[in-house]
Design a binder for this molecule. Structure first.
Ligand code: 2HG
Ligand code: ZN
Length: 475
C-alpha cells in the first residue's frame, strides 16, 4: 500500500472503526474477483459499514477525495459490475452488514429490507407473515437485495410478478456526495413528478448506493402444479405457454425452456439429477402454476391442458410432479444448468431477449448461424421463455481446442447480438451491463438514449466516483 493509500485507509478506519476496514490481501481477495472469474481487481480497501450514517460519511469522504467507490453485494453478478478495476485506487463498499429487515406491514403487503439482506432472508420473512416476496433466482441463498435492485434482477417468476423494478415501492439511497435520499415510501400510488427513485434500479451503483428498499409483497402461495413437458420445437413451447395462461386464468408463474443438451449435461455433471421421461426429446418446458388458495385445482388444470396439447401434438410427453420432492427434482434439473455448463468446460454466454412470439424464429436463425460458423461449439440455449429471455450459451464441443473456441468470443457475440437487434430484442435481458457489456450498450443503444444516460450520470455523480467504468465508460 502506498503512503497515500495508507492515509486514506486510516481515515476510513477512523470513520467506521478498525474492524470495518479490510486491507490485508487475503481478507480483500474474495471481494476483488467476480463470480465468473472474468475480472481480477485491486482496491485501496474494503469497507464494511454498519449503518446508513456510516455509508453517508464514507461517500462524503470519497467525494471530497475523488476516490472511486465500488458497491458490493452478494457477488453473484454475471457482468463484473461489483469488481473494482486494476488500478488499486478504488474503495470496495460492502453492504453485507446492513442486513436487517426493518419492518413488515402485512396489511400493506410490503416490507422494508436493508441492502445487505440476502434474498432468501427476505423471502423467509414474507413467508413467516403469510406473504410472498416472489423474486426467485438460482443464487437466492447468497445474492443480496441491494444487488438485486441495482441490477434489476429477473429470474424464474418474472412472467407472473415482473422484474425487481416492478417489486419496489420505495428506496433509500446514499448519493455520491453523501446526502441521503429518504424515499422509502410504501405507497402504491404517488404521481408526484419525475420518478427519481427508478433511476437507481438497474444503475448498478453508478448513480448512488441503495441502502434499503420498501418491497411489494403478495399473497402466500399455497397451491402449485409443476410439470416437465417435452415439446417437438420451440414454437410448440410458445404455443403451450399461451394455452396454459388461458386455461389457468393466467396463473402460470414460471415457464422455462430446456433443450435436450441441458438434460444431458445436468444428468452427467450434477449428482441427484435424473431425466424424468423414459426417452429423449428435442426440447422441454418446465411449467409451474401457482395460486394462493390451497384448494385451487391446479394439478387438474395442468393435466387437462397438457392432455389436450398431447392429443394435438403440441406436447410429446410430460412428467407431472406428484410431490414436493418431485417438484424440487424438476427445479433442480433446471437450476443446475449453469453449474453443469461450467463443469463441462469453457463457455460463451449471451443473455438475450426477443418478443415471445419471435422466439422460435430467433432460435432457428441463431442456431443455424452457430452450426455453420462454430462447428466446435455446443449450443445450450435455455431459460425464461415466458419472458422471451434465453441464455443463448455455447460450450466447447467434445474434442474442441479450448483456446481456439474461446478466441471466437467476439465474432460470436457480434453475430448473436446483431441478430437479436434485428429482432428488436435486448443483448442483456436480465444480467445487466457491468463492465462486460459497456461496449455493447454503446453499440446497440440509440445516441439519443445514450446522451440522456450520460446526462443523468453527470447530474447524479459529477465527479464520476460511483462505480467508475460500469454501465457507461468514463467520459
Ligand atoms: C439462469 O437463468 C441464470 O440460470 C444464469 O440467469 C444464466 O449462466 C447463465 O447463462
Ligand atoms: Zn436467467
Amino acid at each position: 500500500m502506498t503512503a497515500d493509500a495508507a492515509g486514506f485507509s486510516a481515515q476510513v478506519r477512523e470513520l467506521l472503526g478498525a474492524d470495518a476496514v479490510l486491507t490485508a490481501a487475503a481478507d480483500c481477495a474474495p471481494f476483488l474477483t467476480d463470480h465468473r472469474r472474468l475480472y481480477q481487481g485491486a482496491a485501496l480497501a474494503v469497507a464494511l459499514p454498519r449503518s446508513v450514517a456510516q455509508v453517508s460519511q464514507l461517500l462524503a469522504l470519497c467525494h471530497a477525495q475523488r476516490v472511486g467507490v465500488v458497491p458490493h453485494g452478494g457477488n453473484t453478478g454475471y457482468c463484473g459490475g461489483a469488481t473494482a478495476d486494476e488500478s488499486g485506487r478504488q474503495l470496495v463498499l460492502s453492504l453485507q452488514r446492513l442486513n436487517r429487515i426493518r419492518s413488515l406491514d402485512a396489511a400493506n403487503y410490503s416490507l422494508i429490507a436493508e441492502a445487505g439482506c440476502v434474498l432468501a432472508q427476505v423471502q423467509r420473512a414474507a413467508d413467516e407473515a403469510d406473504r410472498c416476496f416472489p423474486l426467485s433466482l438460482g443464487s437466492e441463498g447468497s445474492c443480496q437485495i441491494g444487488g438485486n435492485l441495482s441490477t434489476n434482477a429477473g429470474g424464474l417468476s418474472v412472467l407472473r410478478y415482473g422484474m425487481m423494478r416492478d417489486l419496489v415501492l420505495g428506496l433509500e439511497v446514499v448519493l455520491a456526495d453523501g446526502r441521503v435520499l429518504p424515499a422509502l415510501s410504501g405507497l402504491r400510488k404517488d404521481n408526484t413528478g419525475y420518478d427519481v427513485r427508478s433511476l437507481f434500479l438497474g444503475a448498478e451503483g453508478t448513480l448512488g448506493v441503495i441502502t434499503a428498499a420498501s418491497l411489494r409483497l403478495f399473497p402466500k402461495i399455497r397451491a402449485r402444479a409443476t410439470a416437465l413437458a417435452a415439446v417437438p420445437e420451440v414454437r410448440a413451447a410458445v404455443e403451450l405457454l399461451a394455452r396454459l395462461r388461458d386455461a389457468s386464468s393466467d396463473r402460470v408463474s414460471s415457464f422455462e425452456l430446456i433443450p435436450r443438451i441441458g438434460i444431458e449435461l445436468t444428468t452427467r455433471h450434477i449428482a441427484g439429477v435424473s431425466d424424468p421421461l423414459d426417452r429423449p426429446y428435442p426440447w422441454y418446458a418446465l411449467c409451474e402454476l401457482a395460486a394462493s388458495r390451497a384448494a385451487d385445482p391446479l394439478d387438474a388444470l395442468l393435466e387437462e391442458a397438457l392432455g389436450s396439447a398431447l392429443t394435438e401434438g403440441v406436447v410429446l410427453d410430460a412428467a407431472v410432479a406428484r410431490s414436493e420432492r418431485e417438484r424440487a427434482a424438476l427445479w433442480k434439473l433446471r437450476e443446475s444448468i449453469p453449474e453443469a455448463q461450467r463443469l463441462h468446460g469453457a463457455g460463451l454466454k449471451h443473455d438475450v431477449s426477443v418478443p415471445v412470439a419471435a422466439l422460435a424464429e430467433f432460435v432457428t436463425r441463431a442456431s443455424q448461424w452457430v452450426s455453420t460458423n462454430v462447428p466446435d461449439g455446443l449450443l445450450i440455449a435455455y431459460g425464461h421463455a415466458g419472458d422471451g429471455n434465453l441464455h443463448f450459451n455455447l460450450s466447447a464441443a467434445p474434442g474442441a481446442q479450448r483456446e481456439r473456441f474461446l478466441a471466437r468470443e467476439e465474432p460470436v457475440r457480434r453475430a448473436i447480438h446483431d441478430l437479436v437487434s434485428e429482432f428488436g430484442g435486448s443483448f442483456s435481458a436480465e444480467h445487466g451491463i457491468g463492465r462486460l457489456k459497456v461496449g455493447e450498450l454503446e453499440r446497440y443503444t440509440s445516441p439519443v438514449e445514450l446522451a440522456l444516460m450520460r446526462a443523468v450520470k453527470r447530474a447524479f455523480d459529477p465527479h464520476g466516483i460511483m462505480n467508475p467504468g460500469k454501465v457507461l465508460r468514463d467520459q
